[in-house]
Design a protein around this ligand. Structure first.
Ligand SMILES: [Zn+2]
Length: 271
């Protein structure tokens, strides 16, 4: 599943190809994504220029004046840039062609992604309105996270993955950040002290920064490439390493499901 680093890498790959360019054509081959691609999308887009591409959580936001084209990659979506368009393959659902010939092609085998039109001047769309701060936003700091969790008895890993508190910390990154912060994923949130939240915020930013940096080295895969974009394999300390020795102390890594998601920790390094 594309996580924040993959979405940010897509944004960085796509934006220079489309920003400042006018949209020449929109081809929708299959509207059946998580929600139907709007039938009148072409009327909104053709002839307009894309100013820039923003990211909020895992949503890509193509800005056209005060209007926004929202793209979400869902479970299996990808957005690629082509200067010479190859023949359509299975699961290529939408082509957005810019003047000058660059085409953005949306592919999504499982079709859990979304392409929506958000007109300017309307209240913020429900998908975006309830989102917490970005992990790199200064508003997401130890004081904020500590304050927001004083009444939360649920495990800290669940708080870390709650989009109302902070966006974009997926399962892999939550596991790795908790390891680096020395915090056991099952620890009740309200028991953690502020200094431990400070370590956790730093660890979240560090793992995401590393993953985005890895993504930077794959940027060219987003342009004129026909293979699938790769996911960024960090050298995980705990994720997927059940029973393997901890890379720091050698203790076997423990595993258990928490809120339905696979959780891994070192019983010696994380308290
Ligand atoms: Zn350890």
């Amino acid at each position: 599943m594309p996580e924040l680093p993959e979405v940010e890498t897509t944004r960085r790959g796509v934006e220079p190809q489309v920003a400042g360019r006018r949209i020449h054509a929109l081809q929708v081959y299959d509207r059946r994504l998580r929600w139907p691609v709007p039938g009148d999308l072409q009327l909104h887009l053709v002839g307009r220029s894309i100013d820039r591409v923003d990211r909020r959580s895992k949503y890509l936001l193509f800005r056209l004046g005060s209007d926004t084209l929202l793209v979400h990659l869902g479970m299996t979506g990808s957005l690629r840039v082509f200067h010479t368009l190859p023949p359509r393959r299975a699961h290529d659902h939408v082509d957005l062609t810019m003047e000058g010939g660059v085409t953005l092609r949306y592919n999504d085998p499982r079709r859990f992604g979304a392409i929506l039109w958000l007109p300017g001047g309307e209240p913020e769309h429900a998908l975006l309105a309830s989102l917490g701060p970005e992990p790199f936003d200064p508003a997401f700091d130890a004081a904020y996270f500590w304050r927001e969790t004083r009444r939360r008895t649920a495990a800290i890993k669940l708080a870390l993955m709650d989009n109302h508190l902070v966006v974009g910390v997926g399962n892999i990154y939550a596991n790795e950040a908790l390891f680096r912060a020395g915090i056991r994923p099952t620890t009740p949130s309200h028991r953690l002290t502020r200094p431990r939240f400070a370590r956790l915020v730093d660890a979240v930013r560090a793992v995401l920064t590393e993953a985005i940096a890895k993504g930077g080295s794959t940027l060219r895969d987003y342009v004129d490439a026909t293979g699938e974009p790769g996911y960024f394999q960090l050298d995980y300390f705990v994720y997927g390493r059940e029973d393997a020795p901890c890379r720091v102390c050698g203790t076997p890594i423990r595993h258990r499901r928490l809120g339905g998601r696979a959780s891994f920790w070192c019983p010696a390094c994380q308290r």
